[in-house]
Unconditional design. Structure first.
Length: 155
């Protein structure tokens, strides 16, 4: 395998892995934020982590592919090295993600407090309460602007 073939194979794999990651982002889009983001980090680690195949030639391959081929086809003895690389990359990525969350959490809380989005929605009147008030101005029923009031469903 020449150097150009090796780079071409890695390029094709990276394009396919990026496509798989985009699909994974779409599949996990409906989930809760603190479940969705670690799953996305783990999938990125699974898709983009390399492991060494032949130390003499210094050639790398995707760790998932090496571990799958070694387990399913029983063709080599690199499965433990690939699993160890996957575990190491996963721990590093999750530690960096936890550091990112630890920094982001206070910033998001500060930003919400600054904008006044704390527990004020609990004290706001419902639409029914606003309609029952006689002296409530008619222009506040404007549908073009969001006034932050809670809207109760009609049963």
């Amino acid at each position: 395998m020449s150097e150009n073939d090796y780079l071409l194979a890695w390029g094709a794999y990276l394009i396919a892995a990026f496509g798989c990651l985009v699909v994974w982002f779409r599949l996990t889009g409906w989930m809760w934020r603190y479940l969705r983001e670690p799953l996305r980090v783990l999938m990125a680690v699974l898709l983009f982590s390399p492991t060494i195949v032949d130390p003499a030639k210094e050639q790398f391959a995707p760790a998932v592919a090496i571990s799958a081929m070694d387990l399913l086809l029983d063709v080599g003895n690199n499965v433990w090295r690939a699993v160890a690389d996957l575990a190491m990359y996963s721990l590093i990525a999750l530690a960096l993600y936890l550091l990112f969350v630890a920094i982001r959490w206070p910033v998001v809380r500060w930003w919400k407090d600054r904008r006044g989005e704390t527990a004020s929605s609990e004290n706001e009147p419902t639409m029914r309460e606003m309609l029952e008030q006689d002296d409530y101005p008619a222009e506040s029923y404007d549908t073009q602007r969001d006034h932050g009031g809670r809207l109760e469903p009609r049963l």
